[in-house]
Design a protein around this ligand. Structure first.
Ligand code: NOJ
Ligand code: CA
Length: 653
């Protein structure tokens, strides 16, 4: 069938693909029907010879009589523009080679491996074009290996666990990764390269987790479906990009944006998408003052919602999240979610009235859909639920999937399986059709699809502040920029001021709560405490939350180490102002900040920092607020308390 000229068919082949600056090199090998690749940076081995391949159900492995038919190389060097986010302009600069393979024997399958080598990482994917004998395929396994030195250090969270991605990061040796872990998996090699293994453009496929195989090599473990297979796909099909970010320091890894450039530009107009800062009928439930369920202490009443809308106006915050507004929260909501109704309000909450009131005050309502993982129930109401919000002029929805598994098509499936991935995608596309932006809690991890779907403004997908009151240490948020946040923004629910609450004791200082608005980027950013906690601070600590931007022109990582501290500067998209912030673990720290990234000498710095006696345990409220004139030739020296942080607004004069 495939009559490739004999002279083109190569049984053995080796080729180097070199990055634009010549420093990163990928070597590709075909020998004895096996495909391998390895990565070098400046002659240092980053990844040893690692196997590639796919295994299909009911078919023999594509392993025998494998021939390279041809290769095709090209280069790209362009700048892309993101509509919102941490950096407006991103470089998409790579050298690409595609390797076209065919089986010399029946069934003469063909497939392509496409590699892109950037200065700061490498990506590849498998592409299966249409072929006469197959219209669909069932993927049994993906053989992709990442052969890292077993002595390397990794920062991991476990995969396939009931709380999804909501775990504390642990520092371990790669040689110990016998149980699957999620990506991005950040690694420091013994020769001091910093890597993060991840994927980009995850569509219609199980998400990639990683674990050691029987040869103790780190291998992709694609999340299975309940039938034990990895994915059922129609041809043509391409896997997500397998991505290895490469940096020479932990701090420079934090601005690796390859996940975005590996995704496609949007196919429709998204100029209606706007980032948002919001408060919520929310933390009052976490500290036990109000309830999601109807009753005496019901949070989402018409009266409370009006009070909160008025408060948002006073605070100068544009949005209000309302949780617990709909039918289904009675009793143990984590068990009963199968009955949740997404178009029916509780009897004490009038959605059209609140939507109307909010509009009259210029406040955006953030709607809420808690599915508890009962996806069948949610999907049966999906169109109606999104129409209902759209009809009431609501342009933002926070969704949630708080269950250990999803129920889809009557089966229990992982959130991060192919059907889970497809469900999230369905909500993003339906939301886009209704001009609605999403903030997904218990989401699928980020793989840069916000580039194509900018209405996906944020997601959770890590342990957030709701775990405070015992399950978060000051180091937790110091891991995130180097791990979870490499997959995009996060709704961490920042800005809790009630730090000594008995129900939810917070393990940070007050200045640190402000710092989060800069250190943890989110296109939908929550000021999570109850408004009365902010009202007395409008001219002090809350002013920073009011002022801080939700979309940045550029981000400059300044200093940090994984799990220890992180300092970053970000320039506002819409003004000449800058925001600089830092956080530290349990250890107090002195930070020296050189302001040479500023472009002139006339800035007014508003500095919010831990007081001399501040401490996350003994004196969390100790904060010093001061202003100062600074410029690009100046520097600032800041002391961070244990569990502390700082936030600075630099206003150009
Ligand atoms: C978990 C989410 O992360 C949280 O923000 C939400 O309040 C609860 N689920 C209830 O939906
Ligand atoms: Ca959650």
């Amino acid at each position: 069938m495939f009559k490739w000229a004999k002279w083109l068919l190569r049984e053995e082949f080796e080729k180097d693909i070199v990055s634009p600056n010549g420093r990163l090199r990928c070597r590709f090998y075909l020998k004895n029907d096996q495909i391998h690749y390895s990565i070098f940076k400046d002659e240092k081995t980053i990844l040893r010879k690692s196997k590639l391949g796919l295994k299909f159900c009911g078919e023999k492995l594509i392993e025998n009589n494998l021939r390279l038919v041809r290769t095709q190389s090209h280069r790209k060097n362009e700048t892309i523009e993101m509509p919102w986010g941490e950096d407006r302009f991103l470089k998409n600069n790579y050298h690409e080679t595609a390797f076209y393979f065919a089986e010399a024997d029946k069934p003469n399958r063909i497939f392509t491996l496409r590699f892109r080598v950037f200065d700061d990482g490498l990506a590849f994917r498998y592409e299966i074009p249409p072929q006469p004998k197959f219209q669909q395929l069932v993927i049994a396994d993906e053989l992709t290996e990442f052969n890292i030195d077993p002595n390397a250090t990794a920062w991991k969270i476990p995969a396939y666990q009931p709380d999804r991605y909501e775990y504390n990061y642990e520092k371990v040796a790669v040689s110990s990764l016998r149980q699957s872990v999620h990506t991005p998996l950040t690694i420091r090699t013994p020769n001091d390269a910093y890597l993060s293994i991840h994927e980009a453009a995850l569509y219609d496929y199980g998400s990639m987790t990683l674990k050691l195989n029987e040869n103790l090599i780190l291998k992709s473990d694609i999340t299975p479906l309940s039938d034990g297979t990895k994915a059922h796909v129609l041809l043509p099909f391409q896997t997500p990009w397998r991505l290895i970010m490469v940096a020479s320091s932990a701090i420079s890894l934090t601005t690796n944006r390859l996940i975005y450039v590996l995704n496609d530009p949007p196919r429709e107009d998204f100029s209606w998408v706007k980032t948002l800062k919001f408060i919520g009928i929310w933390w009052a439930m976490y500290v036990g003052e109000w309830t999601w369920a109807p009753g005496e202490r019901h949070g989402a009443t018409t009266e409370h919602a009006k009070e909160y809308i008025d408060a948002a106006v006073r605070l100068g915050i544009s949005g209000l999240l309302i949780e617990g507004w709909n039918d289904g929260w009675e009793g143990d909501w984590l068990q009963n979610g199968i009955h949740n109704k997404f178009t029916v309000s509780t009897s004490d909450f009038n959605l059209p009235e609140i939507a109307h009131y909010a509009k009259s005050k210029n406040i955006e309502i953030v709607g809420h859909h808690e599915t508890v993982g009962f996806v069948d129930n949610y999907e049966s109401q999906l169109e109606a639920a999104y129409n209902y919000y759209a009809k009431n002029g609501i342009h933002y929805i926070k969704t949630g999937y708080a269950g250990s598994m999803m129920s889809i098509n009557g089966r229990r499936e992982y959130h991060h399986s192919q059907v889970g991935v497809n469900h999230y995608q369905k909500t993003i596309e339906l939301a886009a059709k209704n001009h609605i932006c999403l903030d997904i809690h218990e989401p699928i991890k980020g793989t840069g699809i916000e580039r194509t779907w900018p209405n996906l403004l944020s997601r959770e997908g890590a342990r957030g502040q709701e775990y405070e009151g015992g399950a978060i240490s000051p180091s937790h948020a110091c891991f995130l920029p180097y791990t979870r946040l490499l997959s995009g923004g996060m709704d961490y629910t920042n800005g809790i001021f009630d730090l000594t609450n008995n129900v939810k004791r917070i393990s940070t200082t007050l200045a640190r709560q402000l710092a989060y608005f800069v250190t943890i980027y989110s296109g939908m950013t929550m000021a999570a405490d109850r408004p009365f906690m902010y009202e007395g601070n409008l001219k002090s600590a809350f002013k920073f939350i009011h002022d801080v931007s939700t979309s940045f022109e550029k981000t400059i990582p300044l200093a940090g180490e994984i799990g220890e501290y992180y300092v970053v500067a970000r320039k506002d998209r819409d003004s000449e102002n800058w925001y600089v912030a830092g956080i530290t673990d349990e250890n107090p720290r002195h930070i020296h900040i050189n302001l040479d990234f500023l472009d002139s000498n006339v800035y007014r710095a508003e500095i919010y920092q831990d007081s001399e006696t501040a401490h996350y345990r003994d004196n969390p409220f100790g904060i010093d607020i001061a202003t100062k004139h600074v410029g690009k030739s100046d520097s600032l020296d800041i002391n961070l308390a244990a569990g502390g942080g700082f936030a600075i607004r630099l206003e150009k004069k």
